[in-house]
Ligand binder design. Structure first.
Ligand code: PMP
Length: 387
């Protein structure tokens, strides 16, 4: 048997030879529009700061005032002394905005997804997940004693087969609102109808839809007039901060307070962050102008990519992937764009299916028409290698 060191060296060597080796860059400053790396400023087309709120003055002020009042940390789990008036106020605002009896805050979307699935799903239950669901959902499902089955991406017919098949116990249908790597939206009305007919619950992770679509930015569920039993929203994208909330019924929230280990055994988010999130929520609700700007940017980019003869995906969201195929080709293109002052990340397997390495372009309301023209010109220069 290999010892730990041998195992680690083999795993690293395998990653390298597959062209899938990951490394981190050190950003010196950044926002939805720009990023500073090694003293050079780049136009940033890789951030999730979809509305540009990470630099919003009212949000920064709220964080600073929150820190003055509460200090910089919560100093405990919410079950001990880490649940403050700032957290309670934010939860209440989220409940009113999204129309759910309860909202529960988590330190991240990853933790929220893990917590919900771990607390809810028991041996003999079934998790029926869209094949392209986020790693946090898949990992929680794999670790769960419940049986995981995947349905074809965005295909209600494929879910129906799983719902019809022999199974015991409860079933939880899991999907994203807007998919993080493809940018397309789930057919939530069909998925919910099928779930309800089969007595299953629907869990929607709307990390990439919340703030961006729907009335007052209420997200993909609102845009499709669907109210899943469990809605997960995250604050690392359109809200420009980090953290997450689970929206649910009164009794489900009480159940999570009893049984969700990520709530019980983890320090709650800093109260100052909750203050900043409440300010960001105000900006999101009043953010029609920002959403219009973002949508215009999406239309402009798609038109430009189309004119360049590139293959677009079915996405009207801020996520606009250009599929390249081979890992090395995607990396080379990202490097060529970088040389022209443009930051776009190459996303490779295992994050996306093999053979679909891509440039994942993400747009922000903070981008201007000229910024997008700049990106399109840079892509034009490299486009011969893209077709
Ligand atoms: N769900 C989806 C769909 C995501 O894209 C992400 C983050 N990439 C997460 C959950 C995790 O959220 P967080 O970054 O808040 O942990």
């Amino acid at each position: 048997m290999m010892n730990f060191q041998q195992h680690i060296e083999n795993a690293l060597a395998e990653r390298r030879s597959a062209g899938a080796y990951r490394s981190r860059i050190v950003s010196e400053a950044g926002s939805g529009r720009e990023i500073l790396v090694n003293g050079r400023s780049y136009l940033n087309f890789s951030s999730n700061d979809y509305l540009g709120l990470s630099r919003d003055k009212s949000v920064i002020d709220a964080w600073q005032q929150g820190a003055e009042r509460y200090g910089v940390g919560s100093a405990g789990s919410g079950h001990v002394t880490g649940y403050t008036t700032a957290h309670a106020e934010l939860e209440q605002q989220l409940e009113g905005w999204l129309g759910y009896p309860r909202a529960l805050l988590f330190i991240s979307g990853y933790a929220a997804n893990q917590a919900v699935i771990a607390a809810l799903m028991q041996k003999g239950d079934s998790i029926l997940a869209d094949k392209l669901s986020h790693a946090s959902l898949m990992e929680a499902s794999i670790q769960s004693p419940a049986t995981l089955r995947r349905f074809q991406h965005n295909q209600p017919g494929s879910l129906q087969k799983l719902l019809n098949s022999d199974r015991e116990g409860r079933a939880l249908v899991v999907t994203e609102g807007v998919f993080s790597m493809d940018g397309d939206s789930a057919p939530l009305a069909d998925l919910h109808q099928q779930s309800q007919r089969a007595g299953a619950w629907l869990m929607v992770d709307d990390a990439h839809g919340i703030g961006v679509c729907g009335d007052q930015g209420r997200g993909t569920c609102d845009a499709q007039k669907v109210k899943p039993e469990l809605l997960v929203v995250t604050f690392g994208k359109a809200f420009g901060l980090s953290g997450a909330a689970v929206l649910c019924s009164e009794s489900v929230a009480e159940y999570f307070i009893q049984f969700a280990r990520h709530l019980i055994y983890s320090t709650s988010m800093p109260p100052a962050q909750a203050c900043a999130l409440t300010a960001a929520l105000r900006r999101v609700r009043e953010g029609d102008e920002l959403r219009n700007q973002l949508n215009q940017n999406v239309v402009q980019l798609r038109q430009g990519l189309n004119d360049l003869g590139l293959t677009l995906m079915e996405s009207s969201s801020a996520i606009q992937p250009v599929i390249i195929g081979e890992n090395q080709a995607a990396l080379d293109l990202a490097q060529q764009l970088r040389e022209q002052g443009i930051w776009v990340s190459a996303i490779r397997p295992p994050t996306v299916p093999p053979g679909t390495a891509r440039l994942r372009i993400t747009l922000s309301a903070a981008h201007s028409e000229q910024d997008i023209n700049h990106l399109l010109e840079a892509l034009h220069v490299t486009a011969h290698t893209l077709r």
